[in-house]
Write a protein that binds this ligand. Structure first.
Ligand code: BYC
Length: 313
């Protein structure tokens, strides 16, 4: 059997591909592309939420939000490590993010204006992330799949905390309920965009599905999301801002309106409300952290020298 045939058989038999296995260059590249987009999303995703840590309404809310934001940093780290197993250094990935070459999820280029936005991000954005990421626990590349198991457990907790914030607000005063409705009005459509372009325009889907990197198409996941979230919105007493939303008994799912694809591509291409602000914040955090990296490297070098001297003695 050729190396290509062994690889194809593993994919067909659902056997994981591991870092030292032979893999087609295009498979390696598409994995790096997707994991990079994913890792940077976790990393940049800390910013809109961190914006509310100092303004969380109670100590318990603050502690929970702090833990959530730290979890996102951890998710980024698992994913950067998974990328390293494919030969992509962390420095290179970060350089690509900071230069604007690498993508991250469009959703994080929208501002968090009120506390209800934190609830809505947890409920809707993490809800979308879970739907997209649970199938990734079975993705064909071992290190990515294993990283996703832990990520998904933590995301489930994030979603619960978001929903709980929304329950409190929607059962609160008229102003609180209005704040919750305003948040869903602003976040609903950008959340639907998280699943990517329509299947007919998703250039990467076909190969990614064949290689079992992706298990469901962008539109399939988007449909599942709408079907899952509409009853939750109803439970909260909130209205989904889509006049075309309608139950379709024949397909056993909801029909819904068309996404503003022009807005989607504008944000993906770097021209959303907060793209500049997000990248500036990440670059600044990286520059401010230079001394930590230098200190850690100096410590590691000193320690290696000490070990070598001990061995020589
Ligand atoms: N934003 O051919 P397509 C999270 C790009 S959740 C920006 O369909 P693919 C978190 C796409 O990269 C969010 N770019 O691509 C949650 C491609 O560009 P390139 C992160 C987007 O890869 C809460 C081009 O458009 N989750 O982290 O087959 C708190 C054409 O698309 C977007 C993941 O990344 C978008 N919305 O499918 C904190 C999950 N959509 O690469 C953090 C893993 C598409 O050709 N990623 N693009 O230059 C995936 O599942 C897939 O990459 C996607 C896109 C479904 C997103």
């Amino acid at each position: 059997m050729t190396e290509q045939e062994i690889f194809d058989k593993k994919i067909d038999d659902d056997v994981r591909i591991e870092p030292k296995d032979w893999m087609p260059e295009a498979y390696r590249k598409t994995l790096i592309r997707q994991i990079s987009q994913h890792a940077h999303s976790e990393y940049v995703g800390m910013l809109p939420e961190a914006n509310w840590i100092t303004r969380a309404p109670t100590l318990r809310r603050k502690a929970t939000l702090l833990a959530k934001v730290q979890d996102e940093a951890g998710h980024g780290l698992y994913l950067y490590s998974a990328m390293e197993t494919l030969g992509m250094s962390r420095q290179q990935s970060l350089d690509d993010l900071h230069s604007g070459k690498a993508k991250y999820s469009s959703i994080f280029n929208y501002p968090t204006l009120t506390w209800a936005d934190i609830g809505t991000i947890g409920w809707l954005v993490d809800g979308a992330a879970i739907l997209n990421q649970v199938p990734l626990c079975r993705t064909s590349y071992g290190p990515y799949a294993r990283a996703m198991v832990r990520v998904c457990k933590e995301e489930s907790f994030h979603q619960r905390q978001g929903f709980e914030i929304m329950m409190a607000l929607s059962a609160g005063t008229a102003e609180q309920k209005e704040m919750a409705q305003d948040a869903i009005n602003r976040w609903w459509w950008p959340t639907l965009m998280m699943f990517g372009p329509k299947d007919s325009e998703s250039g990467n889907s076909e190969l990614s599905m064949r290689w079992r990197i992706k298990r469901f198409s962008n539109d399939e996941l988007r449909q599942k999301f709408v079907d899952m979230m509409v009853p939750q919105a109803e439970f909260l007493g909130l209205k989904v801002p889509d006049e075309k939303l309608k139950w379709n008994a024949e397909k056993n799912g909801y029909d819904f309106g068309e996404i503003d694809w022009e807005e989607f591509w504008r944000v993906v291409k770097g021209h959303g409300q907060c793209n500049k602000q997000r990248l500036d914040a990440r670059r600044k955090a990286h520059d401010d952290g230079a001394w930590v990296r230098e200190a850690a490297t100096a410590y590691a070098e000193k320690r290696a020298q000490r070990e070598a001297t001990k061995k020589g003695a």
